[in-house]
Design a protein around this ligand. Structure first.
Ligand SMILES: [Ca+2]
Ligand SMILES: [Ca+2]
Length: 230
């Protein structure tokens, strides 16, 4: 389990006559910040922890020991009745098709608003920005795209299909008898040139080109697509 990010606790002078509880506050500082200091507070009071989301993010609730706290959105009123850990949650703002605004902004796609920018194919590789986000490709580089790079006869009974991949993504090779056909069916393939160990399982991305081998003697029609595995 990843260690929670947390703020450092400043040095405090505590009175021996007062009973304290410890308030720890976590925060993913890439997405937002909090205005309250973690530390020791007298028991029996309330501490207000405020947060603010960074540009392209919004606050999305609170996590931790929030039982008995008052959640007003960007503020959490925490009673100092026991030691607690609280943490504001942030989520990325999304364009209408689900592309994070921060991803669009990181690629300079802000000029006409995010709803328009995620539909653009700036590098003219056939993939709009929203599809490049899903594929993990670069919307400003036409050489970076999800596409079949080559189809070639590998042997008399094998066809080699190569496509570029991104590490962390999975792919599926599908086929249809017509480009206008709605249902594209999975293709059996082998990762080995001799065609052994055929499967239609999803193909993990490597970050480079992947080649699979199809049976050229089957009755599979001639149209193929590579797509992200759902
Ligand atoms: Ca593109
Ligand atoms: Ca591209």
């Amino acid at each position: 389990m990843a260690e929670r990010p947390s703020m450092s606790i400043p040095l405090q002078v505590l009175s021996p006559d007062v009973e304290y509880v410890q308030l720890r506050i976590g925060c993913d500082c890439c997405c937002g910040c909090v205005s309250c200091s973690a530390g020791f507070y007298p028991i029996g009071i309330s501490v207000t922890v405020r947060c603010a989301a960074e540009t392209y993010y919004h606050q999305d609730g609170w996590a931790g020991d929030t039982a008995g706290c008052i959640d007003t959105g960007d503020a959490l009123v925490v009673p100092t009745d026991r030691n607690r850990y609280v943490e504001p949650l942030f989520a990325p703002n999304l364009a209408p098709l689900g592309t994070p605004e921060c991803w669009l902004a990181d690629h300079g796609l802000t000029q006409d608003g995010f709803a328009a920018e995620e539909l653009k194919d700036t590098d003219q590789d056939g993939m709009p920005a929203w599809a490049e986000y899903l594929a993990g490709t670069d919307p400003n580089d036409a050489d970076s795209a999800l596409r079949i790079e080559s189809i070639a006869v590998a042997r008399q009974d094998r066809v080699a299909v190569s496509f570029s991949t991104v590490a962390g993504r999975s792919y599926e090779l599908v086929t249809a008898s017509s480009l206008t056909q709605e249902s594209w069916l999975p293709v059996e393939y082998s990762m080995l040139p001799d065609g052994a160990e055929r499967t239609s399982a999803s193909i993990p991305g490597t970050g480079g080109a992947v080649t699979v081998y199809l049976d050229a003697n089957g009755d599979t029609p001639g149209y193929f697509r590579v797509k992200l595995s759902s």
